[in-house]
Design a protein around this ligand. Sequence first.
Ligand code: ADP
Length: 247
Amino acid sequence: MSGHTEMTLVNEDGVRIDGRTADQHRPVHIEAGVLSNADGSAYLEIGKNKVLAAVYGPRECHPRHLQDPTKAIIQCKYNMQSFSVSDRKRPGPDRRSIEISKIIAEALERVVLTELYPRASIDVYIEILQANAGTRCAGLTAAAVALADAGIPMRDLVPSIAVGKADGHVLLDLNKEEDNYGEADVPVGIMPSTDEIVLLQMDGDMTREEFDTAIDMAFEACHELCDIQKAALKKRYDTGAVREGSE
Ligand code: ADP
């Protein structure tokens, strides 16, 4: 987020470097039930991002001292593979992945009926196979589908997308260049049935007016994303197809 760049990110016609207009998200593809060993799973692509989410549980909580006698806890592990970026990322957890795991778990805690499973753990694994900005949103969107695929009772799905600002324009779903050289990045996640916000962060800055425009864009896109999440789940249960066969 340098806030200043030699590169033109949005041209005079309002077209972005990947050909999108300000309020267009990248192409999205979601598939539910892609891993036969997990209780629930999903694969998601948004533009060049490729994400896999796997859910186990509710199951016995380890380590046991984390057990909550009133509800299940959600343990989330977001991990970016070394090969997910062009400069090899150092493997293993770092401050960024620990932060992202925490905010995704907190967002999911708002929708999962954790009170139904005291002392249990619901484990959510998010693997970033290819990264191009917006991976925390992609991870959360995939994780919500994986939880639903696992049959875990939920109040709602959670679609999530980033908005931001680059070259003075408010933009939906920043790509890597826009994220790197732009002025602001605002990941948003919502519960679509009530429009409650379950994830909101902000890196960089924008005016109040720009922020309002950005949030409106994010909400609209989240509702669209939710339709794609539902379609993926519906497809999975219509055909009963698990990619690796129902062995
Ligand atoms: P998000 O992926 O949610 O947008 P960030 O804003 O922290 O999260 O990262 C933006 C992008 O920067 C990532 O999607 C990824 O493409 C790249 N990136 C993040 N961490 C690293 C890293 N350690 N090495 C190389 N690229 C990285």
